[in-house]
Design a protein around this ligand. Structure first.
Ligand code: NAI
Length: 500
C-alpha cells in the first residue's frame, strides 16, 4: 500500500542531518514509512547561503503547505545583522501558534532530581507568534532602540484554549499561567485576563497563576507541583530551557508547534555546532518530537512501540556522550538509534510502559487552505476616544527646557503637555535628580479639557488635532516615534510613566 500521508522533512543544520537520519531509521523499523512519506525540503543555512533571506526554499513552502506537517531538525540563526531566525519565521509564516513541550524524568538519565527521588513530569505551552518575537524594533536615537511588544486577545485565547484542551486530552489536573503582569500590567495583564476567561470554560481543571520569577524558583525547588504551564513567548522560551535542565538537558526536550493548518515538530535544542559532524549527538529529543508527531497523526501504536523501546534502552544504560554514567561506553548517534530498534517489543521496568494499542489508524485531516488571511477577533467593537499622544523625541535637551519649548509649540492647541519621561520614568514636571537621562524623551500630551489622566471625562480631542500637534513639534524636534493615546470603553488604554 503506498503511503497515505506526506510530511515535509527538513534535516536542518549542524547535528540536524545526523539526528534526523537516526530518527528516520527508527521510524522505518517501526513501519512508519509505509504509512507516511517524508518529503525532503530545503530550509536553513544552505538557503541563506544562496541569498534567500527567508531561509526557506519556495518549493519547501509549497510542500509544507500541501502536507500540513513539517518535521524539522535544528537550524542555525544568523546572530545580529538582518537574518531572521528561520525557526521563528516558520512558526509565524504558518501560524503554528502554540508550542507544546514535555519535560519528564527519563530512566537512565540521572539528574539531581532523580538522585533526590523527585519526579519531574510537566508540560509547557508557549505562545509562539507574538511578544518580543515579533522582532519589531526601531532605533529612536543614537543611543536608544525600542522593541514593540504586541500581545493580542485572540492569540492569547488560542494558546490558552490549546493549553486547556491539551490538559483535558492528557488527563492533567492543573493548568497554571506564568506571566509578569505585576510589571507589564497591560500586555501580560491581557494574557492573564484571557487565561481566566478561557479557564472558565474548563471547570474540571484546577487553575492558578504565577509570576515568572517565582515560577522559575518553584520549578527548581518543587517541579512536581506543576502539570502544565502556559506562558507568553519569550518567558516560555526561557522557562523551557530551565525545564530542560531539570530533566537532563536539551538532548531530552521535544516540542510541537501546533497550528490550525500546519504543525511543526522539532527538538528544543539547536544545531550544537561544537559536536556537529562527529556522529555523537543525542537523537532522543528529535525522536521524542517525532513521537508527538506520530500521535498527532494517529499512529499511536508505532509511537508506543518506539517510546517503550527508547525507555527500555535508556533504562539499560544505552547512552550518547552527553549524559548517563560516564563509566559506561557512549554510543554514537546511529548506534544509539540501532539500540532502540533492537528493543522493539520490550518495555521499561522502572517506569510505567506506554500501553500499545492493537493497531494504528491514521487520523489526520489537514483543514482546507484558507481563501484569504483569516481575521481573528476576541473582544470585538469597543467605543474608543482619543485622549492624547506620546511623542518620542530624539533630543538631549534637559527636561525643564524641553517642557518650555514644547509648551510654546502646543500653545493654542487643545492638548497640553502633562509628563515628560525618559525610558518610562517621569522626569518632568517632577522627577529625581538621580534619574539618568538618555537621548530620547517621551513627551505626553493629553486633552487640555478634562483629559483622562487629569481624572475628567471631558470631550477629548480628535486624531487630526493630535497629528497637528505632532507636526508642530516636528518643526523643532525629531519625532522618532508616535503613539496615539486612547480610552476604550472609558478605560485608559495606556500605562502611566513610573512616578506619574
Ligand atoms: P544548542 O542547543 O545548539 O547547544 C547548546 C549545548 O547543548 C551545546 O554544548 C551542544 O553540544 C549541546 N547539545 C544540544 N543538542 C544536543 C544533542 N542533541 N546532543 C548532545 N548535545 C547537544 O544551542 P546554541 O549553541 O545556543 O545554538 C546553536 C545554533 O542553533 C544557533 O545558531 C541557534 O540559533 C540555533 N538554534 C536553533 C534552534 C532550532 O532550530 N529550533 C533552537 C535553538 C538554537
Amino acid at each position: 500500500m503506498p503511503p497515505q500521508l506526506c510530511i515535509a522533512m527538513a534535516p536542518g543544520d549542524g547535528i540536524g542531518p545526523e539526528i534526523m537520519d537516526a530518527t528516520l531509521e527508527v521510524f522505518k523499523a517501526a513501519g512508519v514509512l509505509e504509512r507516511v512519506e517524508f518529503i525532503p525540503v530545503s530550509m536553513g543555512r544552505g538557503e541563506f547561503e544562496k541569498g534567500n533571506t527567508r531561509g526557506i526554499a519556495p518549493e519547501a513552502i509549497r510542500r509544507v503547505e500541501e502536507c500540513g506537517l513539517l518535521f524539522k531538525g535544528p537550524m542555525e540563526t544568523p546572530k545580529g545583522g538582518g537574518g531572521k531566525s528561520i525557526n521563528v519565521t516558520a512558526r509565524k509564516l504558518w501560524n503554528a501558534y502554540a508550542n507544546l513541550r514535555h519535560f519528564r524524568t527519563l530512566p537512565g538519565v540521572q539528574t539531581v532530581y532523580t538522585k533526590a527521588g523527585i519526579p519531574v513530569n510537566f508540560y509547557i505551552v508557549r505562545e509562539n507568534i507574538e511578544d518580543t518575537y515579533g522582532g519589531i524594533e526601531q532605533r529612536l536615537s543614537a543611543d536608544v532602540i525600542q522593541n514593540k511588544r504586541l500581545v493580542s486577545a485572540p492569540a492569547s485565547d488560542e494558546v490558552h484554549r490549546f493549553a486547556f484542551s491539551t490538559a483535558t486530552r492528557l488527563g492533567l489536573g492543573k493548568v497554571h499561567c506564568g506571566h509578569k503582569a505585576n510589571i507589564m500590567k497591560m500586555t501580560d495583564g491581557l494574557f492573564l485576563e484571557r487565561f481566566r476567561a478561557v479557564a472558565a470554560g474548563f471547570p474540571g481543571i484546577e487553575t492558578g497563576d504565577v509570576i515568572i520569577d517565582a515560577l522559575c524558583m518553584n520549578l527548581v525547588m518543587r517541579p512536581q507541583q506543576y502539570d502544565l504551564v502556559v506562558l507568553p513567548n519569550l518567558q516560555g522560551d526561557i522557562v523551557s530551557d530551565l525545564a530542560a535542565g531539570l530533566v537532563g538537558g536539551l538532548g531530552f526536550a521535544p516540542s510541537a508547534n501546533i497550528g490550525k493548518h500546519i504543525s511543526i515538530f522539532e527538538a528544543v535544542h539547536g544545531t550544537a555546532p561544537d559536536i556537529a559532524g562527529k556522529g555523537v549527538a543525542n537523537p532522543t529529543a528529535l525522536v521524542l518530537s517525532g513521537l508527538m508527531m506520530l500521535r498527532h497523526i494517529g499512529l499511536l501504536r508505532a509511537a508506543a512501540v518506539i517510546e517503550n523501546a527508547l525507555l527500555a534502552a535508556l533504562e539499560a544504560g544505552v547512552r550518547t556522550g552527553d549524559f548517563g554514567n560516564a563509566a559506561e561506553p557512549a554510543l554514537g548517534t546511529r548506534d544509539f538509534a540501532r539500540a532502540v530498534v533492537e528493543r522493539f517489543g520490550s518495555a521499561p521496568m522502572t517506569v510505567k510502559p506506554v500501553p500499545v494499542p492493537e493497531q494504528d489508524g491514521l487520523a489526520f485531516e489537514r483543514p482546507a487552505r484558507p481563501a484569504a488571511q483569516p481575521l481573528i477577533r476576541s473582544i470585538g467593537e469597543v467605543a474608543s476616544r482619543v485622549a492624547g499622544c506620546d511623542l518620542y523625541l530624539d533630543t538631549t535637551m534637559p527636561p525643564a527646557e524641553l517642557a518650555k519649548a514644547l509648551e510654546a509649540l502646543a500653545a493654542g492647541m487643545p492638548l497640553r503637555l502633562t509628563v515628560i519621561s525618559n525610558r518610562g520614568t517621569q522626569v518632568w514636571p517632577t522627577g529625581s535628580v538621580f534619574t539618568e537621562l538618555v537621548d530620547c524623551h517621551c513627551a505626553r500630551f493629553e486633552a487640555a479639557e478634562g483629559g483622562v489622566a487629569s481624572g475628567g471625562g471631558g470631550a477629548g480631542v480628535t486624531q487630526q488635532q493630535v497629528l497637528a500637534l505632532a507636526g508642530a513639534v516636528a518643526s523643532k524636534f525629531t519625532v522618532s516615534a508616535y503613539e496615539l493615546l486612547r480610552t476604550f470603553g472609558g478605560v485608559r488604554g495606556y500605562s502611566l510613566a513610573q512616578g506619574q
